[in-house]
Design a protein around this ligand. Structure first.
Ligand SMILES: [Zn+2]
Length: 62
């Protein structure tokens, strides 16, 4: 159980690192699924967001 939550934290950190890297490379704010720009308001809430709102919702439902 503890291991599962640790893995989740690791995944979140990796996600945040990738997001920061993309920002540094000037690719920040593009959805990894549809490559559309992610709304700024969404990035302000979750700077590590990798998907636009539509794709994130599809992901959650899937
Ligand atoms: Zn998308």
């Amino acid at each position: 159980m503890a291991k599962a939550s640790q893995q989740r934290r690791e995944a979140q950190r990796a996600r945040a690192r990738r997001a920061l890297k993309r920002l540094e490379e000037g690719e920040g704010g593009l959805c990894i699924d549809c490559l559309e720009p992610i709304a700024k308001s969404r990035l302000e809430v979750d700077p590590s967001a990798e998907r636009c709102i539509a794709c994130a919702e599809a992901q959650e439902q899937g």
